[in-house]
Design a protein around this ligand. Structure first.
Ligand code: SF4
Ligand code: SF4
Length: 92
């Protein structure tokens, strides 16, 4: 499953689609009758990317906590942390 498909639009704006990464360009996007948000010019009101197949490299390689969690990336680190605890907080 692609976690971007059902990502809440407020998370998208905060994490990755708040501006066009190559130029920093933003537009006001109307997402409800009375709500406008500042967003990448290619973001559609329902939250998909209008140039998804040709989106910039920065967009293709952008990962976030939500993406990692859905794809179980970083799980090994979490297992070690659970086993060993926060060793850097000991011996104070
Ligand atoms: S990269 Fe992360 S924040 Fe951006 S749309 Fe995908 S899941 Fe949401
Ligand atoms: S080009 Fe698409 S994926 Fe990249 S920031 Fe804009 S809407 Fe998001």
């Amino acid at each position: 499953m692609n976690p971007c498909d059902d990502c809440p639009i407020d998370d998208k704006i905060y994490e990755c689609c708040g501006r066009f990464p190559e130029t920093g360009e933003t537009v006001y996007l109307q997402i409800t009758r009375d709500r406008f948000i500042s967003a990448c010019p290619h973001l559609k009101p329902h939250g998909t990317c209008g140039i998804y197949k040709n989106r910039p490299y920065a967009c293709q390689t952008h990962l976030c906590y939500r993406y990692d969690a859905v794809n179980n990336i970083g799980a090994g680190y979490q297992i070690l942390k659970n086993q060993w605890g926060n060793w850097w907080e000991e011996d104070t």
